[in-house]
Design a protein around this ligand. Structure first.
Ligand SMILES: [Fe+2]
Ligand SMILES: [Fe+2]
Length: 281
């Protein structure tokens, strides 16, 4: 029986509902009347998360001169939007932790995803984009469709890996041949069902073909370039053997000077290890 993308995503949803704390927190920060005490209550419902939030606020990433010992102080230091991004990231990483190591190296997979997330946030900041947290989220989740294939269609996943090794083609192209759709489409479908922002959904959908996007080319373009940078510098691995081909239209649309790349790489080196520490623990 042929595989059906919709059915696969529906199956994933049965076992991978977005944790209540992540949904509650992101909804709460949208309300201007929400206080730090309200947010503290939400975070404190999950003791492992509360401990993580304290650890992150005391990390070198925030470089705060004195020890942060309450969740309320941590919320002030980290900031609402960034904390929401951290909660979402940690929840999603925890959700896929049971994939067997012989199928895909999950540590390497998340190191790649965290590099794309971090590079995307740096590129967005260089372009003075608003709300740069959503670029981090899009980068972190850009290849989540690959995990869906591993979980829901492991037989096909092995066929895809074997074919990639034989033909030296990129994974998303082989996925289209074998499944009729690729990981970008599957990932975007799941994120839409999780009600993530439309811009995150379309950045994930178009990360291999940003110039095909009928709307905004910049957001998927940032993820596309961040993916290429992360592959080139070999931060982790998403199972791909080759660096994806640069989409020149996307690079021009970003309107960034090529000289900026050395500063992006310098910041990425520092921020990647910090982000790995707090997301992967
Ligand atoms: Fe991808
Ligand atoms: Fe990737």
């Amino acid at each position: 029986m042929a595989l059906d993308a919709e059915r696969i995503v529906t199956n994933v949803l049965k076992v991978a509902a977005l944790p209540a704390v992540a949904i509650k927190f992101s909804e709460a920060i949208k309300n201007p009347l929400t206080s730090n005490q309200d947010l503290e209550k939400i975070v404190s419902e999950d003791s492992a998360l509360a401990a993580k939030v304290l650890m992150i606020s005391n990390s070198a990433l925030f470089n705060f001169p004195s020890k942060i010992d309450t969740i309320s102080k941590a919320i002030t230091i980290i900031g609402h939007k960034q904390l929401s991004e951290i909660i979402l990231s940690c929840s999603i990483v925890a959700m896929f932790k049971d994939i067997p190591q012989n199928v895909i190296d999950m540590d390497m997979f998340w190191r790649h995803s965290i590099a794309v997330a971090t590079a995307a946030r740096i590129l967005a900041a260089a372009r003075r984009e608003q709300n740069i947290e959503k670029y981090f989220t899009s980068g972190l989740l850009h290849d989540i469709g690959k995990l869906i294939i591993f979980v829901e269609a492991p037989k096909y996943a092995l066929e895809i890996i074997t074919r990639c090794a034989e033909t030296n083609e990129l994974m998303h192209k082989v996925e289209k041949t074998v499944l009729g759709f690729d990981h970008a489409k599957l990932g975007a479908m799941l994120l839409k069902k999780w009600k993530l922002p439309d811009e995150v959904v379309s950045s994930v959908f178009y990360h291999h073909m940003p110039s095909v996007s009928s709307g905004d080319i910049v957001s998927p373009g940032i993820i596309h370039i961040a993916d290429i940078i992360s592959h080139s510098l070999e931060f982790g691995s998403s199972g791909e053997k080759f660096v994806p081909t640069l989409n020149e239209k996307a690079w021009s649309a970003l309107d960034l000077d090529v000289d900026i790349l050395s500063s992006v790489i310098e910041q990425l080196n520092v921020q990647h290890s910090e982000a790995v520490k707090f997301i992967l623990g």
